[in-house]
Each structure stands twice: as C-alpha cells, then as structure tokens.
Design a protein around this ligand. Structure first.
Ligand code: NAD
Length: 311
C-alpha cells in the first residue's frame, strides 16, 4: 500500500497551509524548517488556526481540530521529514539558489516513488530539477494564498516530469478538495501570475500617469471586474456577453485590438520609479494596519467559501 506520509519542507505561511489541507483528509504530515523553534511555533500556530476554524464551523474534513493536528509531526532533520514520504511539498522562500540546493538534497534522500513538488509562484521547475536523479518525479504545485479558502493549484511539469507524476499530483490535489489545473508545459509565472502581472502593469500605468488614483483603480476590480469574475472566468464572461465568443470577437475584436495597441505594457517595477504608486497604497492602507486588513480579508474569504458550498 502507498505511504500516507507527506513531507513539508518550510513551515511558513504556505507550509502551514499545506499541512492543514493534508491532515484534513487523513494524511500524516511531517514538517521541517531550518530551526526547531520555527517548527514548534508553526505547530502551535496550526493548532490555533484549526481550533478557530472549528469554532467558526469552517474546519475542513470530518475529524475534529485536535485529531487533525495529531497527524502533524515536527521533525529536526530533513531526512526524518521526507523519509518514506509519498509526496514532499517544498515551501521555502522564493529564491532560485535556495530551491536548487534543497532539491539536490532531497534528491539524495528520497526513493523512486516519492514525488518532489514545489510551491514556487513563478520559477519554472526545469530551473531547479535538471541534474537530479529523480527529476521525472519533480513538479510544481503552486497554491493561491490562502489555500484553505482559495482552491486553485497550478500543476506544472518540467520537460522531464513523468506522466504518472503529473496524474498522481492532480489526483492528490483533487483528493484535498483543491482545483488543480494541469499545464502541458512550463512557462515563467505559469498562468495565474502571468494574468496577474498584465493586470498589475495596467494598474501601474493608470496610477503613475495620473489617470486614476490607486483607490479608484482598485475599485475597477473590486466593484467591477471582480464581481463579474466571481463565478466564472474572463473567457466565459465574454462568451456570455454576446451570442458566444465568435460573436463577441466579431463585435468587439477590433476594439480590443485598438485599445490594446495603446497599452504601454511592461512597467518599471523598481524603486524609486514606482514611488507614487507605493505612497498612494500606503495612504490607502497604512503599513501598521496591514495585519488588521489581512484579518478582514481572510474573514471575507471565509464567508465567501461558505457561500460557495451553498450554491
Ligand atoms: P515564508 O517566508 O512564510 O516561509 C518560508 C519558510 O521556509 C520559513 O519558515 C523559513 O524558515 C523556511 N526555510 C528557509 N530555508 C529553508 C530550508 N532550506 N529548509 C527548510 N525550511 C527553510 O514563505 P511562504 O510565503 O510560505 O512561501 C513559500 C513558497 O510558497 C515560496 O516559493 C512562495 O513563492 C510560494 N507561494 C507563496 C504564496 C504566498 O502568498 N505567500 C502563495 C503561493 C506560493
């Protein structure tokens, strides 16, 4: 029988979220970080979050918070974390050198049946898996924050990832209750961040060119495109906005191309070039209020996740 053990490397925001998802459906999770203190405080944080979710009726799975937490073990070494695991989810910072070093270590510690999966948001898996003995078992499973309430996972293979690694990863993500999207090939930024960066570039230009304030640019999304995209994507939205996408293209294709030809594209995402934009965002939500605003965001995402289950 296949092992029910999952190894999680890196116990920050995303590592803790994966741990909660895996334990909710019965997996035993071993978690590792660079210091044991970090592991210990992460275990305590996960228990606190599971208990809060239980109290608000939003706990996933059929077991209570303590039972789910009992499936989580902190480990003092990487070896202990990944030994005999069926699936290892890497959750260390978004830094290529760190990922190269870690995957080389993991490659030496695991057997033939362990999938080595990365949470990276943008780095193509070929960049940190090419020389590995077990490179056909390497893949990206990119979650969206906060994964407990946002179901998408981008499943991105390297050119040498085996078909069985892809299908096993997709099945596992589905078993967790997430919504995997499988890529046929890798691209920098995968899909979600490529779309997100097109949006951010246009927002940047609208603010920096003085056309709209940062607050009003955000309103275009939160009061306009956002509600429209809540239940369906931009393609279905267009499909429904005419008599199918063919008719949409006949009606609006020339306009899309005309407007797009005036777009400035890639903005200068460096400082001090983006100082105006940064200042307006700091005025909108002062830095010392970010944490309170994150709590506000997560409460709304929780309420929305509950609503989704009723519809
Ligand atoms: P984080 O900074 O919260 O956590 C990273 C953890 O990794 C820290 O606890 C750190 O001590 C630990 N770590 C560093 N080097 C390590 C090593 N060699 N071995 C073990 N542990 C190590 O970062 P995060 O936000 O959880 O992001 C982790 C990954 O997930 C990144 O690749 C990021 O791009 C990706 N991701 C993040 C988000 C997000 O919104 N935060 C969303 C999707 C994907």
């Amino acid at each position: 029988m296949e092992s029910k053990k999952i190894g999680i490397v890196g116990s920050g925001l995303i590592g803790r979220s994966w741990a909660m998802l895996f334990t909710s459906v019965g997996y035993h999770v071993a978690i590792y970080d660079v210091t044991i203190d970090q592991v210990t405080s992460s275990l305590a944080e996960v228990l606190k979050q599971l208990q809060e979710l239980e109290a608000s009726g939003m706990l996933r799975g059929t077991d209570d918070a303590q039972t789910q937490h009992n499936r989580l073990t902190g480990t003092a070494t990487l070896k202990e974390c990944v030994c005999d695991a069926m699936f290892v989810q890497e959750c260390i910072p978004e830094n290529l050198d760190l990922k190269i070093k870690l995957f080389a270590e993991l490659d030496k510690l695991v057997g033939e049946n362990t999938i080595l999966s990365s949470s990276t948001s943008c780095i193509m898996p070929s960049k940190f898996t090419e020389p590995l003995v077990h490179r056909e078992n390497c893949i990206v499973s990119h979650p969206v924050n906060p994964p407990y309430f946002v179901p998408l996972v981008e499943v991105v293979p390297a050119p040498w990832t085996s078909a069985s690694t892809v299908s096993r990863t997709k099945e596992l993500m589905t078993e967790l209750g997430q919504e995997p999207v499988v890529f046929s090939k890798e691209l920098p930024g995968f899909g979600l961040n490529r779309i997100q960066y097109v949006i951010l570039n246009e927002c940047y230009h609208l603010v920096q060119d003085g056309v709209l304030s940062a607050r009003d640019v955000d309103k275009l999304m939160s009061c306009g495109l956002g509600p429209r995209y809540t239940w369906m994507g931009p393609l279905e939205t267009a499909h429904l906005n005419a008599d199918g996408l063919g008719s949409y293209i006949e009606r609006y294709g020339p306009t899309i191309m005309d407007v797009s030809s005036t777009m400035k594209g890639n903005a200068d995402w460096s400082l001090p070039a983006a100082n105006d934009l940064v200042q307006q965002c700091n005025d909108m939500i002062p830095i010392d209020r970010l944490e309170a605003r994150r709590v506000w965001r997560d409460e709304r995402l929780t309420a929305f996740a509950a609503l989704r289950t009723q519809m």
